[in-house]
Design a protein around this ligand. Structure first.
Ligand code: ADP
Ligand code: MG
Length: 649
């Protein structure tokens, strides 16, 4: 005996403790090769019985044995295999998946078993020939007639070569001529050692079978053999075959196909997901850029043993209003240091010597003339121990009658300028002063853009001014510390004394604080966007599960394991995350480009450094967030009850 039922009862729970008994003690058995018709009025329990036989519903009393295996005592994996490889289901409403073509509908059962593509396509094509619709292989179900759709469903039921075909009113939705053809097809199948159990309302159909079972009110009231003298008995060596799960590749292929169906929606989600990811990549890139700048440019430019001291400009002048307190360089004329102040600075712990310096910035009226070439310079400064020899690109530090110009000035004046004589014109104390100097060398530009600078020794500049009866006083002081370790505490000390540090450091601070604002903004956007996109993915996946309930039910009827369903939905989440991540990388490159063109214009530094590791990290983060958001919907889908889901419209 292939199937043996003993005293099978099925109660439906109706809530509030009420129950309805749909099967009231069924005792029946079936053999291979039989073609059984089950008849009976609507509501007599035929479908309920079919669902039990097919392993779709395991909540019953009594025993149902498949070749000795008790169905409701099988492991979940085994019952899935039973549905997948031992049972072929044919439904009244066909239950084809609308967005898949005929071929893919037929192969679905094999896809869920991890059968290779070429193998399953070969078999599907044979079956389509057998059921007579090979010409319609690439059509979608809505391009087929009812009879054709049922033929597809029959081919699908045969895909994994089951021992038992369960057909629940297979002709219930078809006209009489088509019904006849479908019944003939089903009879053909039954000639192949399979057990075919078919629910039908038609006396005529029942009469063509070799056994008719009549049900009323949850009981079998008649069971008779027709068209045959002997009860059919064939050797049964049927077992529950082992079958594997859906392959990762197939689950991605299915997921991609599902996503293509709702392409607009999925693009929008991916864009949503990409905002957070792009923000995170840009934040990391800014951090990297700042670090590069700090370690690179700054350390090269300054002597680590020197602390530069500037007086904070009095922010009382008209034009300085609204400006942050900064070194005089940033805000206009500098107050000179008094003798007392310089003495006080010398007394700071860790300071060995103090060098006076002079710095002045002017937007116009200061020029270098070299032959026919002339260029303006913006910063007039004095040399100090703070300027390292390592930053001399060519030539030497200046001495008497010499001037050091920076590379941005020399770029404008032409080659071979080192050793040549230039005419410097500038304004100190509202007096224009002019003199010829020899160019001692070229100093590496500080990376501050077009702000050309020139440098004299403090003594040379004093002499130059004195020639014009001007007395310069130090506006900046360089404290040479005992060692590098002392600089940190010296820096703190001068700030507590009301001074400020190096111009470059201050400049850097202003860039950093600007970048900080951008980073905080982006971090905020990133956090919110990530959360929003996670919720969005969650909601959309839930909607998708609800929309596809019938489909999930079908897949379960075809033997899909919970793991398979989870895998399909997780693949969708993963793909959304992946595409979102890719979009995020593209947006971050665009955002980084915009930020860089801004900072390049302002400070001549490309501050956003979008490195490949961050792009990769962004994509991985996106995938992880999506996968996490997809967990709940995927679990919900996996938990759906196949019988209820199939009923879902
Ligand atoms: P048939 O297929 O013979 O028309 P069914 O097996 O579908 O009958 O139903 C048998 C009885 O069980 C009917 O009275 C029906 O109302 C009831 N029934 C079926 N499914 C459910 C369910 N999920 N919950 C409660 N009652 C159900
Ligand atoms: Mg029914």
């Amino acid at each position: 005996m292939l199937l043996e039922l003993k005293n099978v009862r099925k109660k439906y729970k109706l809530g509030k403790g009420n129950e309805f008994e749909a099967l009231k003690g069924i005792d029946v058995s079936f053999n291979p090769g039989e073609l059984v018709a089950i008849t009976g009025e609507s509501g007599s329990g035929k479908s309920t019985l079919m669902n039990l036989l097919g392993g779709l519903d395991l909540d019953y009393q009594g025993s149902i044995k498949y070749n000795g295996y008790n169905l409701n005592k099988l492991k979940e994996k085994e019952i899935d295999s039973y549905r997948k490889t031992n049972i072929g289901f044919i439904f009244q409403s066909f239950n084809l998946i609308a967005r898949m073509n005929v071929l893919n509908n037929v192969t679905l059962g094999a896809t869920l078993s991890g059968v290779s593509k070429s193998e399953k396509q070969k078999r599907a094509k044979e079956l389509l020939v057998k059921v007579g619709i090979e010409d319609h292989m690439y059509k979608k179900p809505n391009q087929l007639s009812g009879g054709q759709m049922q033929r597809v469903a029959i081919a699908r039921a045969l895909m994994n070569d089951p021992d038992i075909i369960l057909a629940d009113e297979p002709t219930g939705s078809l006209d009489s001529e088509t019904s006849k053809q479908i019944i003939e097809l089903i009879q053909e199948i039954s000639n192949e050692d399979k057990l075919v159990i078919m629910v039908t309302h038609s006396e005529k159909v029942a009469a063509t079978c070799n056994r008719i079972i009549k049900m009323t009110d949850g009981k079998i009231i008649d069971d008779k053999l027709v068209n045959t003298e002997e009860p059919i008995k064939k050797a049964d060596n049927n077992i529950i075959k082992k079958s594997s799960s859906i392959s990762a590749f197939s689950s991605f292929a299915l997921a991609l196909r599902n996503m293509k169906e709702k392409i607009g929606r999925n693009i929008l989600i991916a864009i949503g997901a990409s905002i957070g990811i792009a923000s995170i990549i840009v934040i990391m890139s800014l951090g990297q850029g700042i670090e590069n700048y700090m370690t690179g440019t700054m350390e090269d430019l300054v002597n680590p043993r020197v602390v530069e001291v500037n007086k904070i400009a009095e922010n009382d002048s008209e034009e300085a209003e609204g400006m942050p307190p900064g070194p005089p360089f940033m805000t206009g004329e500098a107050e000179p240091f008094t003798e007392d102040e310089l003495n006080e600075l010398t007394k700071i712990d860790g300071v060995s010597t103090i060098e006076p310096g002079f710095t002045k910035m002017s937007m116009q009226g200061s020029s270098i003339k070299y032959g026919d070439e002339e260029t303006n310079f913006m910063i007039l400064g004095t040399t100090s121990s703070n300027m390292t020899k390592g930053n001399i690109e060519e030539g030497n530090m200046p001495s008497t009658n010499e001037v050091l110009i920076d590379s941005s000035a020399s770029d404008k004046l032409g080659e071979d300028i080192v050793g040549s004589t230039v005419t410097i014109t500038t304004t100190i104390d509202n007096t224009e002063i002019t003199k010829d100097f020899k160019v001692s060398g070229i100093y590496a530009s500080s990376g501050m853009g077009n702000m050309s600078s020139i440098y004299f020794t403090y003594d040379e500049l004093s002499a130059f001014a004195k020639d014009n009866d001007i007395e310069i006083e130090p506006t900046v002081a360089f404290l040479l510390c005992d060692n590098e370790d002392a600089t940190a505490s010296v820096k703190e000390k001068i700030i507590s004394m009301g001074y400020t540090g190096s111009m470059q450091e201050a400049m850097l601070k202003s860039i950093v604080s600007m970048i900080d604002v951008v980073s905080y903004l982006l971090a905020g956007i990133a956090a919110i966007a990530l959360l929003v996109s996670a919720i969005m993915i969650l909601v959309v996946m839930y909607i998708s599960v609800v929309e596809r309930t019938a489909e999930i039910g079908l897949m379960k009827a075809l033997g899909a394991r919970r793991k398979d369903i989870r895998r399909i939905f997780s693949s969708e989440a993963l793909l959304i995350g992946f595409f979102g991540g890719i979009l995020g990388v593209i947006s971050s490159l665009i955002m980084g480009g915009i930020i860089n063109s801004l900072t390049t214009n302002l400070f001549d530094i490309a501050i956003a450094d979008v490195v490949p590791v961050y792009m990769l990290a962004g994509i991985i983060l996106s995938v992880v967030v999506s996968l996490i958001s997809g967990i709940l919907p995927a679990m919900k889908a996996a938990k759906l009850d196949p019988v209820e889901s199939l009923r879902h419209e």
